[in-house]
Write a protein that binds this ligand. Structure first.
Ligand code: TPP
Ligand code: SF4
Length: 276
């Protein structure tokens, strides 16, 4: 087991590419601390990413890492999990990568309930390519492709993957980093498709266009607008207005896809042997 989180990072790849105050590093820190706490061996973990600032976590996290094509991390991850079911497979994806170009893959991976932990870094924008709006940009926000504000409602990703069949679903924020770490640890321990949305700040692509001038303003926004599921249960409609929920939404058991597949395969091979 690593004694310090830096043992899970490729320090020789520093400095990283992220802008000062970017929330991606905070989410990465929560992932790494959760893995360190669980004591996974470096060789037993696979981290798969797509393309985007958040997907660049793969450059500095020191496991078996694969940076794939935009939106396709879950397809590659599914292949790894099927070939090596004993490995701990993690996908780190952005809101554009995971809910836009990769949205179809996400709902079907959730439906299949394959044992992959997906961390979706939701900064509400396409950060890497200059701040275009994504399916998770809240309605009315300014983006480089929405000068007067987006006109579409955004997805609630936790509701979406829950409806698709995910068996562990949670949301945290960069501000609530310790809680996020705990949610990620539970997701990693879960046997089945687990999904954790981490609300993060992109001061460059989102904040400066949307009246959140500094990373601290953005973290304060997370603090002021997040409410735990337990607190929300006791809050009035007025207190809940404009708030989003954080915590664990789903934690249930269901048959896991690679178990089902390999068991069926074993039985089919047995039948062939008996027929000889
Ligand atoms: C097929 C394809 N389309 C578009 C792009 C360009 N592209 C690269 S990163 C990116 C946006 C990533 O946004 P997001 O997933 O939200 O991650 P962030 O950068 O905000 O962390 C886009 C559109 C690409 N690399 N490949
Ligand atoms: S553009 Fe946004 S998401 Fe990308 S590194 Fe900069 S602050 Fe982070």
């Amino acid at each position: 087991m690593a004694t310090h989180v830096s043992e899970y990072l490729r320090l020789d790849k520093m400095p990283h590419i992220w802008c000062p105050g970017c929330g991606t590093g905070i989410i990465l820190g929560a992932v790494v601390r959760a893995i360190a706490k669980l004591g996974y061996k470096r060789d037993d973990v696979v981290v798969v990413t797509g393309i985007g600032c958040s997907s660049r976590t793969n450059a500095i996290i020191d496991f078996n890492t694969f940076q794939t094509t935009h939106g396709r991390a879950l397809s590659f991850a599914t292949g790894f999990k099927m070939a090596r079911p004993e490995m701990k497979v993690i996908v780190i994806t952005g809101d554009g990568d995971g809910s836009g170009i990769g949205g179809n893959h996400l709902i079907h991976t959730a439906r299949r309930n394959i044992d992959i932990t997906t961390i979706l870094v939701n900064n509400g924008i396409y950060g890497m390519t200059g701040g275009q709006y994504s399916p998770l940009t809240p309605r009315g926000c300014i983006a480089s492709t929405a000068a007067t504000g987006t006109m579409e409602p955004c997805f609630d990703m936790c509701e979406l993957v829950k409806a698709a069949g995910a068996t562990y679903v949670a949301r945290g924020t960069a501000y609530h980093a310790t809680m996020l770490e705990q949610l990620i640890a539970k997701a990693l321990e879960h046997h089945g498709f687990s999904f954790v949305e981490g609300i993060a700040q992109c001061p460059i692509g989102f904040g400066r266009r949307n009246n959140q001038k500094t990373p601290v303003d953005m973290l304060n926004w997370q603090k002021d607008h997040a409410i735990t599921i337990a607190a929300a249960a006791k809050a009035s409609p007025e207190e809940l207005a404009g708030k989003f929920l954080i915590g664990e939404f789903v934690n249930k058991e269901a048959p896991e896809f690679s178990d089902v597949y390999w068991e069926a395969s074993r039985k089919a091979q047995q039948k062939v042997k008996e027929a000889r």
